[in-house]
Ligand binder design. Structure first.
Ligand code: NAD
Length: 352
């Protein structure tokens, strides 16, 4: 039986635990599971509390809080984005998250989310491509070969049947790292020396670069008809990856418009430029890809519901495993109103 004091212990998934869980489940299986979890939540989109993430910008980066609730559980993620960090030996993106019971307000899970964000972002990208990419797509260009890149490649393999990835990064060391890490995964990996060359024969183009500026990773003439673009790196005001003319030639799909209009590629467009919400494609209320010549664009910025799905998945997945420790992080006096007494009795030398 669960006692009130059991409820006060919060399972904590450390980085070590998360890595253990990934290997226990298998990374490709986890990318499939997470895509299914996100899809199920997107299909009940209207039920969720939704708000654009709360961002605190500085000249070098951003720190964001991403909350949501389905009425039963509440989740939030803390995440940063600091493109300069890699030059200092630090990660561009780090994160942790919390899941709580709406009924009691008690936290149910605290977890690292740097690895989990890479997994959920990759799962979300592949899920969008399932609805938007041209039929039978086998080759993906992967532009930007940093921390997210291998997760992206494996998610597209596991969920969409991609068998070849063509890598490009301005830093050849990043491409070498990515190619080395993907060895033995079953993917055919081609390292390229330009974005143009990476895109040769690619039906899907993923851009996943980090720079705090309006960058032009793809120019208009690089993008032929019929491709699907998975644009991940443009996710902050003043931080984009695609030349505006590409946006005018594309059918654009987004997570949550109030957030994407500020943070996504579409910040370059008029505020009323038509976009389609992905949840509507998933429920059948809106069309995904209509024909083979169309350019589809997933203008990904990352939305709180994806993190909520990932948190709930991890909460379930760790049950009956050793991939967590219980944290004593909620004060829990025997008499709920005697918080002071609990503190007083803990004084050195105090009697019982
Ligand atoms: P990272 O810093 O580890 O990797 C970025 C890579 O991009 C680096 O290897 C860098 O050399 C390369 N790059 C920079 N400019 C380039 C250019 N012009 N052409 C080719 N390569 C270039 O960062 P990361 O953790 O892999 O994240 C990548 C981006 O994805 C970031 O901008 C991050 O904010 C974003 N992101 C988005 C989501 C989402 O949900 N949409 C989630 C996580 C991260």
């Amino acid at each position: 039986m669960t006692t009130p004091s059991d409820l006060a212990l919060v399972p904590f998934v450390s980085v070590d635990h998360m890595m253990g869980l990934v290997h226990h489940i298998g990374i490709e299986q986890m990318l499939i599971d997470l895509a299914a979890e996100i899809e199920a939540d997107f299909k009940r989109w209207e039920l969720f509390d939704k708000t654009p993430r709360v961002a605190s910008h500085s000249p070098v980066g951003v720190i964001e809080l991403m909350p949501t609730s389905d009425g039963e559980m509440y989740g939030f993620k803390y995440v940063n984005g600091h493109p300069k960090n890699t030059r200092e030996g630090l990660q561009t993106v780090t994160a942790f998250g919390l899941l709580a019971d709406v009924n009691t307000g008690y936290p149910k899970l605290l977890t690292e989310m740097t690895i989990l964000t890479a997994l959920r972002t990759a799962a979300m990208s592949a899920l969008a491509a399932k609805y938007l990419a041209p039929k039978g797509a086998r080759t993906m260009a992967m532009i930007g070969n940093g921390a997210q890149s291998e997760f992206q490649c494996l998610a597209f393999k596991a969920n969409c049947g991609i068998d070849t990835v063509r890598l490009y990064d301005v830093d050849p060391k990043a491409t070498l790292k990515c190619a080395t890490n993907l060895r033995g995964t079953g993917l055919t990996v081609v390292s390229c020396d330009s974005g143009e060359s990476a895109m040769e024969g690619a039906e899907i183009i993923t851009t996943c670069t980090a720079d705090k500026q309006y960058a032009t990773i793809l120019t208009d003439n690089m993008v032929g008809s019929g491709v699907h673009i998975n644009a991940i790196g443009g996710d902050c005001p003043g931080k984009t990856e695609l030349a505006a003319p590409i946006l005018h030639r594309s059918e654009i799909f987004v997570e949550y418009p109030p957030q994407t209009r500020v943070e996504g590629e579409i910040q370059q467009l008029d505020p009323d430029h038509p976009v389609t919400e992905l949840w509507q494609v998933m429920t059948g209320a809106a069309e995904g890809r209509r024909d083979a010549r169309q350019i589809t664009l997933f203008d990904s910025v990352g939305f709180a519901i994806e993190d909520f799905s990932a948190l709930r998945y991890v909460h379930r997945a760790i049950q009956a495993t050793r991939f967590f420790t219980n944290l004593d992080m909620l004060a829990d006096p025997d008499d709920p109103r005697d918080l002071f007494g609990m503190v007083a009795r803990a004084a050195p030398g105090a009697v019982g």
